[in-house]
Write a protein that binds this ligand. Sequence first.
Ligand SMILES: NC(=O)c1ccc[n+]([C@@H]2O[C@H](COP(=O)([O-])OP(=O)(O)OC[C@H]3O[C@@H](n4cnc5c(N)ncnc54)[C@H](OP(=O)(O)O)[C@@H]3O)[C@@H](O)[C@H]2O)c1
Length: 323
Amino acid sequence: MRAVRVTEYGDSDVLDVIELDTPEPGPGEVRIEVAATGINFADIMQRRGHYHGGPQPPYTPGLEVAGVVDSVGEGVGREPGDEVVTMVDTGGYAEYVTADATGLFDVPDGLSFEEAAGFPVQFLTAHNCLHGWGELEAGESVLIHAAAGGVGTAAVQLARETGAEIFGTASTGEKLDLIADLGCDHPINYEEEEDFVDIIDRETEYGVDLVLDGVGGETTARSLDALKQFGRMVVYGAASGEPGTLRTDNVLFANQRIVGYHLGRALALRPMQVLEAVPELTELLASGTLEVQFDRAFDLDDVREAHEYIERRQSSGKVVLTP
Ligand SMILES: NC(=O)c1ccc[n+]([C@@H]2O[C@H](COP(=O)([O-])OP(=O)(O)OC[C@H]3O[C@@H](n4cnc5c(N)ncnc54)[C@H](OP(=O)(O)O)[C@@H]3O)[C@@H](O)[C@H]2O)c1
């Protein structure tokens, strides 16, 4: 089968498409013929070697796939031909991947494989950060950084459905238009003249109730200035390439809570807590209440270009690979 291989950490030119043996499903596993693989920012950080506990080269990247069950291992209640979505530790950038059968979801009704491949990581992260970890309630306010990204566009829609007032940051006018269309009440360009702390100061009495931070660096520290007393901040990524820095005296005097979220580790340790949102999310996607903001599909052979497109901050919403 054709698969992407990372043989050393580095820039996008370490991504090669090669021939590998097609994997066989073990007991409790299925083999999926991949129709689409979601690209996540984590794939880029892993490729750069900047990901805590990430895979060691040589490895095949790819954390989530949508496709058709093609072969079934012992003790599995699935049939060849089932159309499924799942998350995997690695290996999604390939024509075939094996996966634990207990982690399969059906492709939500009405979604293409490309859209379905964009659902698990980003929608579960957005849902868990807003609700399970962030405890967002109707009538509260939330600041969502990188709101036009994959997690961001999912989070804006979910916060809208919750009935929250939404502040969202992004780096271009087009991205601001997109998040406004999705229901963001206050789109803010954090790369230009607009200071999100000043805007939140002006628009709210004491700051926001919740911050979702997947950007890190200076953005994390500044976010505390926009967070009210007893506010919560969920830290789930560092797309800027720099971890966030915090002064704990701010946190202490404002009675704030800073909570970390990592999908992979939480899935391993508390799978029920992570996955309990799946039925609700698939229903909302099938009914069209939520939409995967599909940006572009790249052919597997164009994997380098796909990573560069995301690294240059050109993407809005979801980018996928098709083998
Ligand atoms: N903890 C978890 O379990 C988990 C799960 C999923 C994702 N994540 C993390 O969440 C973050 C967002 O993930 P995603 O999949 O939504 O990514 P994405 O769609 O690629 O969005 C990332 C966005 O970050 C913003 N950004 C800010 N500074 C950047 C920089 N220096 N270089 C590139 N982008 C920059 C860009 O938006 P603007 O141009 O608008 O600023 C970019 O579009 C990533 O850090 C990812 O690793 C964590």
